[in-house]
Design a protein around this ligand. Structure first.
Ligand SMILES: Nc1ncnc2c1ncn2[C@@H]1O[C@H](COP(=O)(O)OP(=O)(O)OP(=O)(O)O)[C@@H](O)[C@H]1O
Ligand SMILES: N[C@@H](CCO)C(=O)O
Length: 293
């Protein structure tokens, strides 16, 4: 049996729209069992999700390897669908890694990343899901340029997952079609300075800049009213570092570990419609293990 494990990811980290992301310790696991005459996909999701070759993961694998032999596969996932935790990127990478492994394609990580980014349109979920940790990345249409983003070791990710879905396509439809030159310069300066502050271990500056995005949060805030509420609760405790995770609706606050309980207590009292988690950064990224029978 071959097991492919892929972490969830939280993209944007505030001002890093479509370029920054971090892997988190929630996982999709894909087990590849025996060869079969047609694809058999066991999963715990709703039965509206296909159990045959029409399953998302198989479809993505077939894009990379159209002649891929059918197998019995089992998908298990802690990553909620369409909540801003990169479920589609993790599933996409699992499919590509399955094709690469069982069809012996020997594609490099960078080749897989470029293929995945072409399908996703932006690298901010797929890059950290593949490599683990924080990543900054840019796709020029052919190649993905990427470098590690330094995430402090002494922080956790307080993650509020609302009890409703928000498709990325819907949240992208809310984005502005143009930004003025002045606003573009400010928005990229905020993102650049965030990266520099993280690299300099200056978390006070970083956590403040995380909240100053000018690319996407203003136009998406109406879709996720909990973003403003969580920021306000955190500010009352002197905590900054709250952002819309990916396209939302999940809201993440990056918090020093010694303040996490205080924030979780206050957010629990706010009784928001969804679930709160304390997550840690994943540093391994996608892993593949082979077990001989
Ligand atoms: N494990 C999975 N198995 C099958 N399909 C999946 C799986 N995970 C995601 N998908 C597909 O991806 C869709 C969600 O993708 P979408 O890009 O809207 O959200 P997301 O990836 O969870 O969020 P974001 O990109 O904002 O972080 C699901 O509705 C489903 O079609
Ligand atoms: N950067 C993307 C992440 C979700 O795919 C967005 O915010 O739309």
């Amino acid at each position: 049996m071959i097991t492919i494990k892929v972490p969830a990811t939280s993209a944007n980290i505030g001002p890093g729209f479509d370029s920054l992301g971090v892997a988190l310790q929630l996982y999709l696991t894909l087990e590849i069992h025996e060869k079969t005459t047609h694809w058999i996909v066991d999963h715990d999701f709703n039965d509206d999700m296909p159990h045959d070759e029409n399953h998302f993961i198989v479809q993505k694998a077939l894009l990379l390897a159209p002649q891929l032999a059918p197998h019995h596969i089992i998908v298990k996932s802690d990553i909620p669908l369409a909540r801003g935790l990169g479920s589609s990127s993790s599933a996409l990478l699992a499919g590509l890694a399955m094709a690469n492994t069982i069809d012996h394609l020997s594609l490099s990580d960078d080749a897989i990343l470029a293929f995945a980014t072409k399908l996703e349109g932006h690298p901010d979920n797929v890059a950290p899901a593949l490599f683990g940790g924080g990543i900054s990345a840019y796709y020029d249409g052919l190649k993905v340029y990427h470098a590690p983003l330094k995430i402090p070791e002494n922080v956790d990710f307080v993650t509020f997952i609302p009890n409703y879905e928000l498709l990325t396509s819907e949240a992208r439809a809310a984005l502005p079609t143009t930004l003025s030159f002045k606003q573009s310069v400010a928005a990229s300066a905020i993102s650049n300075t965030l990266i520099a502050a993280l690299n300099a271990d200056n978390f006070d500056t970083a956590s403040s800049l995380i909240e100053q995005d000018q690319f996407h949060e203003l136009s998406r805030a109406k879709l996720v009213p909990q973003l403003a509420v969580i920021r306000q609760v955190a500010h009352q405790l002197g905590i900054t570092g709250t952002y819309l995770s990916g396209a939302g609706p999940t809201v993440v606050t990056i918090v020093p570990k010694d303040r996490v309980t205080t924030l979780l207590t206050a957010l629990t009292a706010a009784n928001l419609p969804g679930n709160l988690y304390r997550l840690e950064q994943d540093v391994s990224g996608l892993t593949i293990t082979k077990e001989e029978k």
